[in-house]
Write a protein that binds this ligand. Structure first.
Ligand code: SAM
Length: 278
C-alpha cells in the first residue's frame, strides 16, 4: 500500500516517515523539554484522534475522572494538557466549569474545533506552558487534570518540580491534581505489554516503544496510511512521581492502576495519581 503522503512531492522515504517532525541525526539524543512543540506537528495533531478514539476511550474510562472530581466537590477544572480536547469536552458535558490549556497552539485549535463539533461547546482556551502557568492563568481552580501521559514530556527534574509547583499554586487551598502516566516501570524492567485497552484505544494505530533507557522512552506511532510519528518521552517511575508530588507540598497522593483501586492482574498500562492539597 502506498503512503497517502505524496512522497514524490516531499521526497519522503517510502517507509512513511513524516517530513514535519525534526529529530536530527541522533533522535535518541533529543531529551529536551522544549522539544514537545516540535513533536506535535500539525499533521500529527490532525491524526491524534485516530490514536485515541474518543468513543472507545469514553467507554473504557467510564466515570472514573468525573467521580473523582465530583466526590471532592470540584466545580472548576483546569485541563492543563488539553490535547485535542477529549477530557475538556467530557467534563463540560458533565457540567464542570472547564478551562483548557496546552503549550501547543495546534492542539488547542483542534480541541476548539472538536468541542464545537461534539455538542456545540465553546472551549475557553489558554495557550500556556506548565512551567510558567501562573503567568497566563488567572484565578484559582478546584482541580487540575493533566492526563494522557503528558507529564512525561518534561525532561529535567527542575522542570518537573517547577510544573508541579505551578499546578499547586493554581489550585485552591483544598484543590486536587489528577495526573496520569504510562507504566514505565514495566517498560524499564522488561515487563511491558500495552493492551491498548485504556488510553490509546484506536485499533488501527500502533504505538510501540522503539528505544528505552533510564532517561528516554522513544515511541513510534504508525497510522493506517503508513505515516509514522515519534515522541521522545522521559520514563517516569511511579514512586518517583509520587515522591515529587509530596515534596512540592501535596498532602495526600493516591495512585490508581488503570482506573481501579486494587492492582489488576498483570502489569497495568497506566497509573493515575490523585494528589490533594489538604
Ligand atoms: N490530554 C490529551 C489526551 O489525553 O489525549 C493530550 C495528551 S498529549 C500526549 C500531551 C499534551 O501535553 C500535548 O497536547 C502537549 O502539547 C502538551 N504538553 C506537553 N508538554 C507541555 C508543557 N510543558 N506545557 C504545556 N503543555 C504541554
Amino acid at each position: 500500500m502506498k503512503s497517502t503522503q505524496d512522497s514524490s512531492r516531499t521526497n519522503l522515504p517510502d517507509d512513511g516517515t513524516n517530513d514535519q517532525q525534526q529529530f536530527g541525526d541522533s533522535p535518541t539524543e533529543v531529551r529536551d523539554t522544549d522539544h514537545y512543540t516540535q513533536e506535535y506537528v500539525t499533521s500529527f495533531v490532525e491524526k491524534w484522534d485516530e490514536l485515541i478514539d474518543w468513543d472507545k476511550r469514553a467507554e473504557s474510562e467510564g466515570r472514573f475522572f468525573v467521580d473523582q472530581l465530583k466526590s471532592r466537590g470540584a466545580k472548576t477544572v483546569l485541563d492543563v494538557a488539553t490535547g485535542t480536547g477529549f477530557h475538556s469536552v467530557r467534563l463540560l458535558e458533565e457540567g464542570f466549569e472547564t478551562v483548557s490549556a496546552d503549550g501547543s497552539a495546534d492542539m488547542l485549535t483542534k480541541a476548539f474545533e472538536n468541542a464545537r463539533a461534539r455538542g456545540g461547546h465553546v472551549l475557553r482556551v489558554i495557550h500556556a506552558d506548565w512551567r510558567w502557568l501562573n503567568r497566563d492563568v488567572q484565578g484559582e481552580y478546584d482541580a487540575i487534570i493533566c492526563l494522557g501521559n503528558s507529564f512525561t514530556h518534561l525532561f529535567s527534574e527542575k522542570d518537573r518540580r517547577k510544573a508541579l509547583a505551578e499546578f499547586y499554586a493554581v489550585l485552591k487551598h483544598d484543590g486536587v491534581l489528577i495526573l496520569d502516566q504510562r507504566n514505565y516501570d514495566a517498560l524499564l524492567d522488561g515487563a511491558y505489554s500495552n493492551r491498548h485497552t485504556y488510553y490509546y484505544c484506536g485499533d488501527t494505530v500502533t504505538a510501540e516503544p522503539e528505544y528505552v533507557d533510564a532517561g528516554l522512552a522513544r515511541f513510534c506511532y504508525t497510522f493506517p496510511d503508513r505515516s509514522r510519528y515519534h515522541l521522545n518521552m522521559y520514563p517516569l517511575r511511579r514512586d518517583y512521581v509520587r515522591t515529587l508530588m509530596r515534596e512540592v507540598g501535596f498532602a495526600h497522593v493516591e495512585t490508581y492502576s488503570d482506573f481501579q483501586d486494587t492492582h489488576p492482574e498483570g502489569e497495568p498500562d497506566f497509573f493515575i495519581h490523585v494528589a490533594e492539597k489538604a
